[in-house]
Write a protein that binds this ligand. Structure first.
Ligand code: Z5A
Length: 220
């Protein structure tokens, strides 16, 4: 099957432990089965410089990172990702699948940190310049379930939480609520998946959404 336009841009969102990693894999395999070339990326990250900015954002520092500095760092990484990874891939006709994109900034920096929507929108306009995903999958999980999964994974891998993962439950509740509000506001683009279910059921939901939402991109 051929894409009828140059590329397709899909982002995957959700709080910690929502299951983004396995959803990325399911989406990739679904598109590959249709003969589509895939570029995967993640935010913050996706290019060498953006990955270096990621390290800076997520590591524990002696010096406090001000929330506006943090916001600018997310957008600096995103600018690199857009210009050096996402746009070239879309222009060559690939499907780009991003583990987080702009909705994460509204959810975490507006919902979590309390920065105004207007401030974030100014940077959105500057950096994205009207680029937006064709489809955003929001894996919605309760904060308790998400945190329990992360705790299990950390115990298994003997990992410490990163700088953002160590935030309190309230922070993640606000992040989740902001994601849900955006899903309501942009209901033509953002589709909610109930990620509290088993991996098998989540995958079924994903495949149904992909078939429904992406059929228009494939030639008969
Ligand atoms: N951030 C921000 O603040 N602003 C921004 O603009 C952007 C990001 C872009 C890095 O993100 C951090 O940056 C993140 C948001 C912030 N902050 N935090 N904290 P990241 O995406 O790189 O990191 P993450 O959100 O911490 O990823 P994660 O914890 O790995 O979440 P996940 O990918 O959804 O987790 P997972 O590996 O898919 O699943 C976690 C575990 O649960 C794993 O053991 C799975 O096997 C298990 N799992 C998953 N789904 C299920 C189901 N359905 N049933 C049972 N078990 C499951």
């Amino acid at each position: 099957m051929q894409l009828t336009h140059n590329g397709i841009f899909i982002s995957v969102e959700g709080i910690e432990g929502a299951g983004k990693s396995s959803a990325m894999l399911t989406i990739t395999n679904w598109l590959k089965d249709k003969g589509i070339s895939i570029t995967t990326t993640r935010e913050p990250g996706g290019t060498k410089i953006a990955e270096e900015i990621r390290q800076l954002i997520l590591s524990h520092n002696e010096e406090n990172i001000h929330f506006i500095t943090e916001l600018l760092l997310f957008f600096a990484a995103r600018s690199q990702n857009i210009h050096n990874c996402i746009l070239p891939a879309l222009k060559s006709g690939n499907a780009v699948i991003a583990d987080r994109f702009i909705d994460a900034t509204f959810a975490y920096q507006q919902g979590g940190r309390g920065i105004s929507e207007e401030t974030i929108s100014i940077l959105e306009k500057l950096v994205l310049n009207d680029l937006k995903p064709d489809l955003t999958i929001l894996l919605d999980v309760t904060v308790d379930t998400g945190m329990a999964r992360i705790k299990n994974r950390a115990e298994l891998n003997k990992q410490q939480p990163d700088r953002i993962e160590q935030e309190k439950l309230d922070f993640f509740t606000n992040v989740r609520n902001c994601y849900l509000q955006r899903a309501e506001k942009f209901n033509d683009r953002i589709v909610i998946v109930d990620a509290n279910q088993s991996l098998q059921d989540v995958n079924k939901q994903l495949e149904t959404i992909l078939s429904k939402k992406l059929s228009k991109y494939f030639a008969k």
